[in-house]
Ligand binder design. Structure first.
Ligand code: PGA
Length: 258
């Protein structure tokens, strides 16, 4: 038993429309309300595409579900950065959190450790809580380099922002081979890497390592959430596909509440 408050976060990726989002939010509101006081023990968050953030924040209203973005610009303030969105802008439309370094951004949009660390710093500088995603590819796991890869990704943020900055965000361990594949890490595999991440940070600061929330991501669904969340170093989940179905997401929140 640990004292960290679990979080269940939905990463909607590039899915949705005004109509689909409204229906999803309605389903979330109803489903979470039906869980009653159980949800008080869990932080809930959804991360829609940029253009829907304000509308979704408005629809969620007083539901207790927070809103986050999936990415932000490494630059803060305003400026000539065509196509980019600054942290302050995300705050203004209702975001409290932002995902940084998701593996899809690393793999498809060339985000390297240094850029991810700069984005992490930009999030904190603009009053957002960053959720730092780390994780190895299947090839890296098979080569036995999971620890080395995850350590490198975490260390880059510590080097750029300092260990205290990690205490102001969350980490999501998302093995790339488990994302959108239906192939979840076993609870034991997840626990092993979560404990490694915590240990790595403890080398710098044991108190931060002990209080930092480390979420698991990669094919989390209602059917496997409970056993994953039961692991001592798994503090909730970052959920992709299953976060687009209200019933599934609500069931995952319920699994985090036990
Ligand atoms: P998934 O995605 O739950 O669809 O595997 C997780 C993520 O990419 O955050």
């Amino acid at each position: 038993m640990n004292t960290r408050r679990p979080m269940v976060a939905g990463n909607w990726k590039m899915y949705g429309s005004h109509a689909a989002n409204a229906a999803l939010v309605e389903g979330l509101r109803e489903g979470l309300a039906s869980l009653g006081a159980a949800t008080d023990a869990v932080d809930t968050l959804v991360c829609p595409p940029f253009v829907y953030l304000a509308a979704v924040a408005g629809q969620l209203g007083d539901s207790g579900v927070a809103v986050g973005a999936q990415n932000l610009c490494a630059e803060t303030g305003q400026g000539a950065y065509t196509g980019e969105i600054a942290g302050q802008m995300l705050r203004e439309v209702g975001c409290s959190h932002v995902i940084v370094g998701h593996s899809e951004r690393r793999a498809l949009y060339g985000e390297n450790d240094e850029l991810v660390a700069r984005k992490y710093a930009a999030a904190l500088a603009t009053g957002l809580t960053p959720i730092l995603c780390v994780g190895e590819t299947l090839q890296e796991r098979d080569a036995g380099s999971t620890s080395a890869v995850v350590a490198r990704q975490v260390d880059a943020v510590i080097a750029h922002c300092g260990v205290a900055a990690l205490g102001r965000g969350l980490i999501a361990y998302e093995p790339v081979w488990a994302i959108g594949t239906g192939r979840t890490a076993t609870p034991t595999q997840a626990q092993e890497v979560h404990a490694f991440i915590r240990g790595r940070i403890a080398e710098h600061d044991a108190i931060i390592a002990g209080s930092l929330r480390v979420l698991y991501g990669g094919s989390v669904k209602a059917g496997n959430a409970r056993e994953l969340f039961a692991m001592p170093d798994v503090d909730g989940g970052l959920v992709g596909g299953a976060s687009l179905k209200a019933e599934e997401f609500v069931a995952i929140v319920a699994a985090a509440a036990v």
